[in-house]
Design a binder for this molecule. Structure first.
Ligand SMILES: [Zn+2]
Ligand SMILES: [Zn+2]
Ligand SMILES: [Zn+2]
Length: 133
């Protein structure tokens, strides 16, 4: 009996861990879901398509806005806070990985600083600032 209890406790721990690893975010409204299926099951009030869309980046210590480089450890807080540089007026979480250097996808400009890259003017970019790859 004791052994069965141990097994059950172990299974519960594994399930909890798997649940946490499956946590996904909508990149528009910042809501978190237990998986991509749950995310697709309800409408989104912030998305241009009215559907939640999966944030494609990895989990990070700090999420960073791809337009102004604002950082937040809380994904939901980042994407629901106003941004003066973003076309949607809200911060948009950068989906790329943390790198040693960042490259502009329009002109190839490189910078070790994400912030410097996105806040510097770019002659080739439609929004007049460099966009990180
Ligand atoms: Zn959403
Ligand atoms: Zn921003
Ligand atoms: Zn550029």
């Amino acid at each position: 009996m004791k052994r069965l209890l141990c097994t059950l406790l172990f299974l519960a721990a594994v399930c909890t861990a798997a649940f946490a690893a499956d946590q996904v975010y909508c990149k528009w409204c910042g809501s978190s879901f237990a998986g991509a299926q749950q995310l697709a099951a309800s409408p989104c009030t912030k998305s241009p398509t009215r559907k939640h869309e999966l944030y494609g980046g990895a989990a990070r210590r700090f999420y960073v806005c791809q337009y102004c480089a604002a950082e937040s450890a809380n994904f939901t807080q980042l994407v629901t806070s106003p941004c003066s540089k973003s076309p949607t007026n809200y911060h948009a979480a950068y989906e790329g990985a943390e790198k040693a250097s960042y490259t502009c996808k329009h002109c190839g400009f490189q910078s070790q600083s994400f912030k410097q890259l996105v806040l510097s003017p770019c002659t080739k970019s439609p929004r007049t600032y460099h966009d990180p790859l």
